[in-house]
Ligand binder design. Structure first.
Ligand SMILES: Nc1ncnc2c1ncn2[C@@H]1O[C@H](COP(=O)(O)OP(=O)(O)OP(=O)(O)O)[C@@H](O)[C@H]1O
Length: 259
């Protein structure tokens, strides 16, 4: 008999409420989700449906009001380097070089200098920034900054990378380039990625699974496997089928809200 495997992440009936001006906002209700190691999961849904709240609970920045969030079967009790968040502006330290940014986490966790150097060299090579190791963030392109941000998370021994609309503010061409770079890194490192987006196309292009959420209160509505071969062609008929399906789901939420 095969041994049951524990998912890297699981949410069991997770709820989250906020109290604002004496009133209660139910940001998340009864969220159940299991993520296996190496999956690329996108969370998609209308504004206010609880995507960021769910991500922040997994990051350990917020605590669930009910239910539980687990990593490898153990309760998530706060932030941990094993769950690294990549922010929209990448959150790099402008006063540190690429090398300094990537080494910051291991150094502040008391690793020996030689070990930090070895770790930094390894991740700089992994993300292909050897020629840029000693430059500052303002001297890098958007794609390079993204690579540094991911390398920084990896150098901290992250197993899960959490991304909250990292490409939301970018022009279409830069966004496409960064998506390609992210996929290339994911395929090489076999990381587990949880990625929030508003864009249906981005979710289908990137993910193995799309988690569709709906607002009022925030809930997980559907869990759609995106089993298209890679690299994906956004103009292919089967890509369009997914686009139609997800668009229909998201528009039905608007209908329900309006009704
Ligand atoms: N710290 C907070 N205090 C009070 N209310 C909050 C807080 N964080 C989130 N909320 C509320 O919880 C609900 C879900 O917010 P959340 O940011 O998770 O949604 P979202 O789906 O990520 O939205 P968007 O796509 O606009 O970023 C919203 O009604 C929001 O106002």
């Amino acid at each position: 008999m095969s041994k049951p495997t524990v998912p890297i992440l699981s949410l069991k009936n997770v709820g989250k409420s906020f109290t604002v001006n004496g009133g209660k906002i139910e940001a998340l209700r009864g969220a159940n989700l299991e993520v296996e190691r190496g999956e690329f999961v996108c969370l998609i849904g209308a504004s206010g449906c609880g995507k960021s709240t769910l991500l922040r609970i997994v990051a350990g920045f917020e605590e669930a009001t009910s239910g539980e969030a687990l990593m490898w079967g153990m309760p998530i009790q706060g932030p941990s380097p094993s769950r690294g968040m990549v922010f929209q502006d990448y959150g790099l330290f402008p006063w540190l070089t690429v090398r300094g940014n990537i080494g910051f986490g291991p150094a502040s966790r008391g690793r020996a200098k030689s070990e930090v150097k070895q770790t930094v060299d390894h991740y700089i090579e992994l993300v292909g920034l050897q020629k840029f190791a000693d430059v500052y963030p303002h001297q890098l392109s958007g794609g390079m900054k993204q690579r540094v941000a991911i390398a920084r998370v990896l150098a901290n021994d992250a197993e899960v990378v959490l991304m909250d609309e990292p490409f939301g503010a970018l022009d279409a061409m830069t966004r496409e380039r960064l998506q390609d770079e992210l996929l290339e890194l994911w395929e090489r490192t076999k990381l587990t990625v949880l990625f929030v987006t508003h864009s249906i196309e981005e979710a289908i292009f990137l993910s193995n699974r799309c988690i569709v959420m709906s607002p009022g209160p925030g809930r997980i509505d559907s869990d759609i496997a995106i089993d298209l071969p890679r690299p994906r062609d956004v103009s292919a008929p089967d890509f369009n089928e997914f686009r139609r399906m997800l668009s229909g789901m998201l528009h039905s939420h608007h209908g329900r809200l309006a009704a």
